[in-house]
Design a protein around this ligand. Structure first.
Ligand SMILES: Cc1ncc(COP(=O)(O)O)c(C=O)c1O
Length: 435
């Protein structure tokens, strides 16, 4: 292709993506949509600049405004999460985790966390699976015993295992995270055996900021790592909150440990996200959870085996459903995508024992952060459940559902829980007259 053709092709594809999302129901639990103000800052000149090091002590010139912005982000993060220290430099949740492993452990030490099938994340994974903790930092991994009926860490068995294994780091949190983890119960046991306690809030940071989930830093976690773009509806970035005792170690592990420059436009955009959460976060987090519970019930009532019905399905933004009655998670994910309903397949805790793998697992994971941001409430969750049921249970033609989904979406194009703007959620912002 000629260079003009590449130009045309890439803009065409991105425009098509925007149009598709404008007409779809976005239910991926790890995603969200940012406010127009956040998007504006993501394309500011900060994205061209370097600012290695600490504000006021940069390795580069040209940072006098960048420094002030980073200090604003740190101040807001400390205030919102009531943390003694905030580092806003990690460029993603994985980077935040790797920095924390680096600060608190040596290669060869043992970390206890959830396995991936039980909701852990690849950044906590063993070396043999290529996970960050094992393959990059050289940690040995021991799994928390897990109660599959309650979809949570088995407190008594975990207490025993911590005493027996004596890990150097105990990590709570995960990617499938229906209920608060027993930090309060297990952090003292971990500390008794000399372990540090960290909490990976990549998924639930927005719920924590909105005061509608557990409060790990008050419950015994010394470090909380975050992605800033899941329930916290900000730029793709990371952040670490910790006690003042660990601040220097964390800072050094981040820079020069795992970042050189740290995506300054994302830091500016993070300031807006945190300010939005200060003002709208409580209401937003509360509605995300109400929506997740309502969607869980509506799906369950129509025959989808959403896990943990007896526990109200979830206390977070996530639902997990066993979909094996209707096919495997991979096939169902594809059918729903054809119907403009975008969610992802997911391993169930018992899948590995039953011979299923991550490509064709037994489950689907559903998240309500983004649809909530689009202004949807419990009533709309019933409609979404009906669309899903018509595809998965009734096997209606996916193209027909896709058209109905697009019609349904027409009313929900503005972003809620942020400062007013005329820009729509998936509007393409054009800067060059030719595109
Ligand atoms: C529990 C958990 N930790 C870390 C991450 C990694 O976050 P990022 O994609 O920002 O690197 C994720 C991503 O989904 C996650 O679920």
């Amino acid at each position: 292709m000629k260079s003009e053709e590449y130009m045309k092709r890439v803009f065409d594809l991105v425009h098509q993506h925007h149009e598709w999302f404008r007409n779809s129901i976005p239910l991926i639990a790890s995603e969200n949509v940012t406010s127009p103000a956040v998007r504006e800052l993501l394309i500011c000149d900060f994205q061209h600049r370097y600012a290695e090091g600490w504000p006021g002590e940069r390795v580069y010139a040209g940072c006098k405004y960048i420094d002030q912005v980073e200090l604003l982000a740190m101040e807001l993060a400390r205030e919102l999460f009531e943390a003694e220290h905030a580092n806003v430099q990690p460029i993603s949740g994985v980077t935040a985790n790797l920095a924390t492993y680096t600060a608190l452990t040596d290669p060869g030490d043992t970390m206890m966390c959830l396995s991936i099938a039980m909701g852990g994340h690849i950044s906590m994974g063993k070396k043999k699976f290529g996970g960050t903790a094992g393959a990059v930092h050289g940690l040995e991994i021991e799994y928390f015993p897990f109660d599959e009926t309650r979809m949570n860490i088995d407190v008594e068995a975990a207490e025993e295992k911590i005493k027996q294994v004596k890990p150097k780091l105990v990590t709570f949190g995960g990617s499938v995270f229906l209920f608060p983890h027993p930090v309060k119960e297990l952090a003292p046991i971990a500390k008794d055996v000399g372990a540090h306690v960290m909490y990976d809030a990549a998924h639930v940071a927005g719920l924590i900021a909105g005061k509608h989930f557990q409060d790990p830093l008050r419950e015994g976690a010394e470090v909380m790592t975050c992605s800033t773009h899941k329930t916290l509806p900000g730029p793709q970035h990371g952040m670490i909150l910790c006690t003042k005792e660990l601040a220097d170690r964390i800072n050094r592990a981040v820079f020069p440990g795992v970042v050189s420059n740290h995506h300054l436009h994302a830091v500016a955009a993070l300031v807006v996200t945190l300010a939005e959460m200060m003002k709208f976060g409580k209401e937003y987090a509360s509605q995300i959870i109400k929506n997740a519970k309502a969607l869980g019930k509506a799906l369950y009532d129509q025959g989808i085996n959403v896990l943990c019905a007896d526990l109200g399905f979830t206390q977070s933004h996530i639902l997990l459903a066993d979909i094996t009655k209707y096919g495997d998670g991979g096939t169902i994910e594809q059918k729903l995508e054809n119907a403009n309903i975008i969610l992802n397949r997911n391993l169930l805790p018992w899948d590995p024992r039953q011979g299923r793998n991550y490509k064709h697992p037994g489950g689907i994971r559903i998240g309500t952060s983004e649809v909530t941001r689009l202004g949807m409430k419990e009533r709309e969750m019933k409609t979404i459940a009906e669309f899903i049921v018509r595809v998965v249970v009734d096997g209606e033609p996916e193209e027909r559902i896709a058209q109905e989904v697009a019609e349904f979406r027409k009313e929900y194009q503005k972003i809620c829980y942020c400062f007013e703007s005329p820009i729509e959620a998936y509007e393409y912002i054009s800067l060059s007259s030719s595109q």
